[in-house]
Design a protein around this ligand. Structure first.
Ligand code: UD1
Ligand code: UDP
Length: 365
């Protein structure tokens, strides 16, 4: 079976790595990796191939940044042309970025089987670009692999038959378990003069938190509450850096005494930073899941989450977009009023990718 796997943006690399590894181990599957180039900076792309020990992509499309329409359309055209050359029985896409939807749509129109890994997550917020990508990708996919049981309810409500849905667990957590020990060898804490469990790690990049002056100022107010209580380590996403620069706020953040602003970090260094953090404050989807797997408290600075399992069966708290509520949550963690849950989501056991490959073999080989 010729399996074409797609990556485009940072969180895709951690999701595809274990799938590729399991596919390569199968005598019946010939996997090919296509990188759309949605993310292209060394620190948003190449670094992850090194850290995860992934071979270079078989094809790099070099699409780059643009509006949603431009980026999605460019990926579609390039992927369509690629599929003219590349023998493909199944296209496998992960997550919810523009590259995910674009490639799924191209494949289904060519009558190629589409598999979506991380299907059925819903934030209920259609203003979030990823929510549109999730809904549409799931609609055009033939086989849907889910990370939590509630995903099936969302899919059934949208008319997806249960027979096409497979609950397999979380491939991102496969990657986390595989690399956690290696991350412990990193020197990043020492290099930064940070103390284990003595700092807050912050990542913020959602358009709803940084794209307008008003939202960026609100995010800064929240950050100020973290800074008032903890030394802060802040690896900054290029979207956030660009927007803060545009609003004239970047120098204020980098000027705060208690904050270390970093470039986006590689996977192993970032994992070391998460594992040793006292608390993580984020709006990232993947980071909500990883902190739950690590047992590190996570405060999500958003109004909604497509990953409620990390709240009900993990360490995540949904704070909303309120600096005051964030301050209270930080105080409650510091005082011990909030206890960190030791529950973990079902099947987040490091074996999701082999389950997916086993199912693909059963279905198509
Ligand atoms: C994308 C995903 C988002 C995901 C995030 C992961 C969509 C709709 N959004 O958001 O779900 O959480 O990736 O990090 O697909 N830029 C660079 N260098 C890069 C990449 C981007 O400087 O290598 C800058 C550009 O100015 C670009 C901006 O970041 O315009 C945003 O990039 P884009 O890929 O459009 O969206 P993200 O915010 O990264
Ligand atoms: N991550 C990383 N370096 C960073 C920030 C995040 O390696 O500086 C990793 C993180 O551990 C997770 C993934 O990137 O595996 C999450 O990606 P991101 O937050 O960009 O996207 P989202 O999950 O919100 O779509």
């Amino acid at each position: 079976m010729h399996l074409t796997c797609v990556v485009g943006a940072r969180p895709n690399f951690m999701k595809i790595a274990p799938i590729l590894e399991a596919a390569r181990a199968s005598a019946n599957i010939t996997p090919v990796l296509v990188h759309t180039g949605q993310h292209y900076d060394e620190k948003m792309s190449q670094l992850f191939f090194n850290d995860l020990g992934m071979p270079a992509p078989d094809c790099y499309m070099g699409i780059g940044s643009g509006s949603h329409a431009v980026q999605t359309a460019k990926v579609m055209i390039a992927f369509d042309e690629l599929l003219d050359q590349q023998p493909t029985d199944v296209v496998l896409v992960v997550g919810d970025v523009n590259s995910t939807l674009a490639c799924a749509l191209v494949a289904v129109k060519r009558n190629i089987i589409v598999c979506h890994v991380e299907a059925g997550l819903r934030s209920g917020d259609r203003a979030m670009p990823e929510e549109i990508n999730r809904i549409l990708t799931d609609q055009v996919s033939d086989y849907l692999f889910t990370t939590e049981r509630q995903a099936l309810e969302h899919l059934e409500k949208e008319g997806v038959p249960e027979s096409r849905v497979h609950f397999v667990g979380n491939v991102m957590i496969d990657t986390l378990f595989k690399h956690r020990e290696r991350a412990k060898e990193r020197t990043i804490l020492n290099d930064l003069g940070a103390i284990s469990k003595g700092y807050a790690l912050v990542t913020l990049h959602r358009p709803s938190n940084v794209d307008t002056l008003e939202s960026a100022q609100n995010t800064m107010a929240a950050l100020q509450e973290v800074v008032n209580r903890h030394p802060v380590i802040l690896p900054m996403h290029p979207r956030t850096k660009g927007k803060l620069q545009q609003f004239g706020l970047l120098d204020t953040v980098t000027g705060w005494k208690n904050v270390t602003v970093l470039e986006p970090q590689g996977y192993l260094d970032f994992l070391a930073l998460m594992d040793n953090a006292q608390v993580v404050v984020t709006d990232s989807g993947g980071v909500q899941e990883e902190t739950t797997a690590l047992g590190v408290p996570c405060l999500t600075f958003r109004d909604n989450t497509e990953r409620p399992i990390t709240v009900t069966n993990g360490t995540n708290q949904l704070i909303g977009l309120s600096a005051t509520r964030l301050a209270t949550a930080l105080d409650d963690l510091l005082s011990g009023k909030t206890q960190v849950s030791d529950r973990r989501p079902e099947l987040w056991d490091g074996k999701a990718a082999p389950r997916i490959i086993e199912i693909l073999e059963r279905l198509f080989v």
